[in-house]
Ligand binder design. Structure first.
Ligand code: AHR
Length: 515
């Protein structure tokens, strides 16, 4: 049967009109450098949720799983290779129920609480402030600490920041020293509450703005140690939170956050499966994720009106795919598989974030390990890297790179049921190593594309990089086949002054342009 297939295909093609797609053209202009893509656009998020921290990252110092002071060596090693610039902690919804004093001092004396948001499991507070900063230092990353506005007090929040950052002889600074940390910690970002419109307190933006100003008034640090302060903003189609906060809560605010999750169906009650989905859900996932472009644009238009000096950043501090939980797992743990579709989604979002680099100065994918669109999945002592991990790794050259204008012409849309999305998405930047890097994403699950690359200001000789693709739409890594989806090397040479790149179906490509 197999041998007959090409013949059958040839016969059926002969009977059909020949479909020739014009070559897609991607033009990069190196003569017009744009803004810097802040490395923190590649930030991560680790919440006390499911096995995201406990088991996925933290196994405790007495575990048989090799660890450094409780943090598993395999996961930390893999994350170090990602050059994670920033980690947000402890939530999420968990942040507004977290009381920092529960997580300091001798671990065996810490109170055990119930994680009411996520599965109702026992939270023994083994990971607290000192453990988190140990992870931050092991990873060589920066800390984004999210404070509790929902169920805490201004005093509790102010004291946490003092505990972490004070270099004085205050009782709180001395308590930190007694608990093992002489020098102050560096808090790069501090968030005042999370999703105040929902799990953070079901507030209206005006009410939150008042509270935000109230809490922010008491957040004090030694000179030079003040973190970037974040006001917790809106989500999905909303611009109201950005509008109210950029008018009413702007003083001393470095950024307003925003959350956008990609659901294949767009419906929370039945989001769609992570694997085994039909092509219609591949398409709708791409369509849903691309909606973030308009959402960002609309929110930035509001910021441009209220903050023309561009002091306030637009921080997408939660984003990524959210599917129906994996059957048989705790629904409160938000565990889902991660396929080539997730890698394509991640790369499409990166390309969009780059377009708005002036305002989108930080984002955090949800979440780092074992939760939602994770980089890494663990099972006891085993660990695997997901396609999303590979996409992050391939995009490392874009961290702190200078954005370059890109135009995609003659694109052949990917259409389904009368709807269409772009076939090829592209981004380009000059990286810190001086080279020009280009990333291409093919959204189509079965159609490869030929892309002609033009680079103004550079005589292109060749390109070298990596391509991430797979045969099946839901191809993913398993503990049995951990390398099923991984990047492959790729290169192409110019001929007669032209460079054409074959972009496989459902692929992410990142390459350096060489003269
Ligand atoms: O990332 C999971 C949850 O999604 C976060 O805790 C919350 O902020 C959001 O609703």
């Amino acid at each position: 049967m197999k041998a007959l297939k090409p013949l059958i295909l040839a016969c059926s093609l002969a009977a059909l009109p020949v479909l020739t797609f014009a070559q897609v053209s991607v033009s990069v202009d190196t003569t017009k450098p744009g803004p810097v893509i802040n490395k923190n656009v590649y930030g991560q998020f680790a919440e006390h949720l499911g096995t995201g921290i406990y088991e996925g990252l933290w196994v405790g110092p007495d575990s048989r799983i090799p660890n450094t002071r409780g943090w598993r060596n395999d996961v930390v090693g893999a994350l170090k290779e990602l050059k994670v610039p920033l980690v947000r902690w402890p939530g999420g919804c968990f942040a507004d129920e977290y009381h920092w004093r529960d997580g300091i001092g001798a671990r065996n004396k810490r109170p055990v609480k119930v994680n009411t948001h996520w599965g109702g499991v026992a939270e023994d507070n083994a990971v607290g402030t000192h453990e988190f900063f140990d992870l931050v230092e092991l990873l060589g990353t920066e800390a984004y600490v999210n404070g509790n506005l929902g169920s805490g007090t201004p005093q509790e929040m102010a004291e946490w920041l003092e505990y972490m950052t004070s270099d004085t002889k205050s009782s709180l600074a001395e308590l930190r020293r007694k608990n093992g940390r002489k020098e102050p910690y560096k808090v790069a970002y501090f968030g005042i509450g999370n999703e105040a419109w929902g799990c953070g307190g079901n507030m209206k933006p005006e009410y939150y703005a008042h509270l935000y100003n109230h809490y922010a008034t008491f957040l004090k640090t030694p000179p030079g140690a003040r973190p970037k302060i974040i006001a917790s903003g809106g989500n999905d189609n909303d611009t109201k939170w950005t509008d109210v906060l950029s008018r009413e809560a702007a003083r001393g605010t470095d950024g307003i956050s925003y959350h956008y999750y990609t659901l294949p169906t767009g419906v929370w009650e039945k989001k769609g499966a992570a694997t085994g989905f039909p092509e219609s859900e591949w398409f709708s996932t791409i369509q849903q994720t691309l909606r973030i472009d308009q959402q960002i644009k609309q929110n930035i238009a509001v910021l441009d009106k209220n903050d023309p000096q561009k002091k306030i950043g637009f921080y997408v501090d939660e984003w990524g795919t959210w599917y129906d939980v994996e059957p048989g797992t705790n629904p409160g743990f938000l565990f889902q598989r991660n396929t080539i579709r997730d890698a394509v989604v991640a790369a499409l979002n990166f390309n969009i974030f780059h377009e708005y680099a002036e305002r989108v100065r930080m984002t955090n994918i949800a979440q780092m390990v074992n939760v939602l669109q994770a980089m890494i999945i663990t099972d006891k002592d085993k660990m695997l890297l997901t396609p999303t991990y590979h996409a992050y790794k391939m995009y490392i050259p874009f961290q702190d790179a200078t954005k370059l204008p890109v135009a995609v012409d003659n694109d052949v849309a990917y259409s389904s049921n009368g709807k269409a999305v772009p076939g090829i998405s592209a981004t380009a930047a000059r990286a810190k190593d001086g080279k020009v890097y280009v990333a291409l994403v093919n959204t189509h699950p079965t159609r490869a594309s030929d892309v002609a690359l033009n680079v103004a200001g550079l005589n292109v000789g060749s390109v070298t990089g990596q391509v991430l693709t797979a045969e099946k739409m839901d191809a993913h890594n398993t503990f049995e086949q951990p390398q099923a989806v991984k990047p492959a090397p790729f290169s192409a040479k110019a001929a007669d002054g032209k460079l054409t790149i074959k972009v496989p179906a459902k692929a992410v490509m990142v390459f350096a342009v060489e003269a």
